[in-house]
Design a protein around this ligand. Structure first.
Ligand SMILES: *[C@@H]1O[C@H](CO)[C@@H](O)[C@H](O)[C@H]1NC(C)=O
Ligand SMILES: *[C@@H]1O[C@H](CO)[C@@H](O)[C@H](O)[C@H]1NC(C)=O
Ligand SMILES: *[C@@H]1O[C@H](CO)[C@@H](O)[C@H](O)[C@H]1NC(C)=O
Ligand SMILES: *[C@@H]1O[C@H](CO)[C@@H](O)[C@H](O)[C@H]1NC(C)=O
Ligand SMILES: *[C@@H]1O[C@H](CO)[C@@H](O)[C@H](O)[C@H]1NC(C)=O
Ligand SMILES: *[C@@H]1O[C@H](CO)[C@@H](O)[C@H](O)[C@H]1NC(C)=O
Ligand SMILES: *[C@@H]1O[C@H](CO)[C@@H](O)[C@H](O)[C@H]1NC(C)=O
Ligand SMILES: *[C@@H]1O[C@H](CO)[C@@H](O)[C@H](O)[C@H]1NC(C)=O
Ligand SMILES: *[C@@H]1O[C@H](CO)[C@@H](O)[C@H](O)[C@H]1NC(C)=O
Ligand SMILES: *[C@@H]1O[C@H](CO)[C@@H](O)[C@H](O)[C@H]1NC(C)=O
Ligand SMILES: *[C@@H]1O[C@H](CO)[C@@H](O)[C@H](O)[C@H]1NC(C)=O
Ligand SMILES: *[C@@H]1O[C@H](CO)[C@@H](O)[C@H](O)[C@H]1NC(C)=O
Length: 393
């Protein structure tokens, strides 16, 4: 069998297996995401895709019903959503069944005033919102409040090819400062690129505004899932899934207590194949101060991957107190096949554990940080939190 046919058979088998477990909605699938064993995870976006088309189909059939059906759906809707506006906060509500202000997230974003001095909380009900969303520069201080990363998701399927470049493929793209997302997932369900694919990169979220916060969020994709583009960002208790360079960009970001899952294809024990990388940080010069710092995270899943590769010469990434499974290649990191970068990249590890954290065979430029060297990376002062980061409420 050609690899393609094998893949297809596996996919069909999975679909059959999943169909027999009676998932009636895409949400049930989403709820399963966190529990799935990694090999199965890789097919989830495709399955969700199938279910989405199926659910659209169903809805079309139900739509012409009398109004009583709609009434029943909204009868369960909490009466105090959205809460009334206050002097400092506006509220908008999104529900795919039409039970409150808007049925799409973008419509709610569009309704926010330009440079509104208040924070706008966009409350998003359970559901999958199949749309591409842009938060423009002129709309700072927006919060997306979901109902849990396994029950609320914004999903689209652009690729580098379909959107004229990886940077525009994001299902959600945020250019505004002071953006907050809580308990919601961002997904790109474009087909997972096969080996050597071209133009298949597919971003789930691009964050290009300063002072952004993600609490309890999910990021689902394969190649280039999370475009941590520029600015200072805080990710806490998040779930991040991908294969190649799946956290990339030139942001200055602190990742705390996040679960990082590789869905790169499984590699036979002993095979010297590398088929993924967690990070591709894009710092280009000494004059910038960007970098990714991961503390108290876990890395697991499938494939054999690097912790990072040097997309640009001053790429800066540190992992501390992070548990790594044996999917991490012994050399750990990659200089993008450009040995001149070995002098300028800053790749550090500090106090990590697990089979993948054995640094005996690490590439020579990898830094085993001592306490002093690690300290700037160990807490939110790395992103100047005292100047802007509000506690979770
Ligand atoms: C799926 O649902 C059908 C009808 O509701 C039921 O008969 C069947 O046993 C269910 N299958 C599984 C695997 O739960
Ligand atoms: C719709 O609901 C109302 C009140 O609950 C009921 O009187 C009416 O018969 C229903 N209409 C249909 C078409 O079921
Ligand atoms: C909100 O604004 C109104 C009108 O400016 C003012 O009367 C009221 O005291 C303010 N409330 C709070 C809690 O600041
Ligand atoms: C949103 O819905 C609430 C409650 O029904 C309402 O008070 C508010 O005016 C709506 N806002 C917009 C922008 O439609
Ligand atoms: C955003 O919110 C912060 C704090 O609430 C406020 O200081 C700032 O002026 C707001 N920004 C804009 C552009 O409204
Ligand atoms: C929302 O996020 C917070 C912080 O990450 C978490 O404690 C809480 O359990 C989440 N709630 C849901 C419904 O996911
Ligand atoms: C996205 O999904 C739609 C609907 O299934 C499909 O028509 C379109 O080709 C997909 N786009 C990409 C880039 O895969
Ligand atoms: C992207 O476009 C190029 C050039 O048209 C094509 O060769 C390639 O197969 C496309 N990739 C995908 C994933 O569709
Ligand atoms: C590692 O962590 C322990 C406990 O927090 C600490 O005592 C030790 O100094 C740290 N440093 C290194 C290099 O392991
Ligand atoms: C780390 O790797 C080296 C080289 O493969 C091996 O000799 C050593 O036993 C490993 N250490 C641990 C703690 O597994
Ligand atoms: C940590 O490493 C730096 C750079 O190698 C060195 O200058 C410093 O003395 C070390 N500090 C400790 C406490 O070992
Ligand atoms: C990491 O976990 C340790 C142990 O639970 C805790 O003491 C420390 O504050 C955590 N650090 C961060 C940045 O979350």
């Amino acid at each position: 069998m050609s690899p393609k046919i094998i893949c297809l058979s596996i996919f069909i088998a999975l679909l059959a297996a999943l169909a027999s477990t009676n998932f009636s909605t895409p949400l049930d699938i989403l709820k399963h995401l966190a529990q799935f064993s990694p090999p199965t995870l890789s097919s989830i976006p495709l399955i969700i895709h199938t279910l989405i088309s199926r659910s659209h189909h169903h809805r079309h059939h139900r739509r012409p019903d009398d109004k009583n059906t709609t009434k029943t759906i909204c009868d369960n809707f909490p009466p105090d959503i959205p809460p009334t506006d206050t002097n400092t906060t506006s509220f908008l509500c999104v529900d795919s069944n039409g039970c409150c202000n808007f049925t799409t997230v973008q419509a709610a974003v569009d309704a926010v005033g330009v440079m509104s001095p208040k924070r706008t909380i966009i409350w998003i009900n359970n559901g999958i919102y199949f749309e591409k969303v842009i938060v423009p520069k002129t709309k700072p201080n927006i919060t997306f409040q979901g109902q849990g990363y396994t029950s609320t998701a914004i999903v689209w399927n652009d690729t580098a090819n379909s959107s004229h470049g990886t940077f525009y493929s994001g299902s959600v793209q945020v250019f505004a400062p002071s953006f907050i997302a809580k308990n919601i997932s961002f997904m790109n369900v474009a087909p997972i690129p096969g080996p050597g694919a071209f133009g298949a990169q597919a971003v789930a979220l691009r964050i290009a505004g300063d002072e952004a916060v993600f609490w309890g969020c999910g990021f689902f994709g394969a190649q280039d899932t999370l475009h941590d583009d520029r600015g200072r960002h805080y990710f806490k208790d998040c779930y991040i899934q991908g294969s190649i360079d799946f956290i990339f960009g030139n942001g200055k970001s602190f990742y705390e207590n996040c679960h990082i899952t590789s869905i790169a294809s499984p590699v036979a024990p002993g095979a010297r194949v590398i088929n993924g990388a967690v990070t591709a940080h894009g710092r280009a010069s000494k004059d910038e101060n960007s970098g990714f710092s991961f503390v108290n995270c876990t890395i697991g899943g499938t494939g054999r991957i690097w912790l990072g590769r040097a997309w640009r010469p001053f790429s800066t990434v540190v992992f501390s107190y992070t548990t790594m499974s044996d999917i991490i290649a012994p050399e750990g990191w990659n200089d993008f096949n450009d040995p001149t970068r070995d002098q300028t990249i800053f790749y550090g590890e500090y106090n990590c554990t697990g089979d993948g954290a054995n640094i005996t065979l690490r590439a020579p430029y990898v830094l085993r940080l001592n306490d002093t060297q690690a300290s700037p990376f160990l807490n939110v002062s790395f992103i100047d939190a005292d100047q802007w980061l509000q506690p979770f409420t």
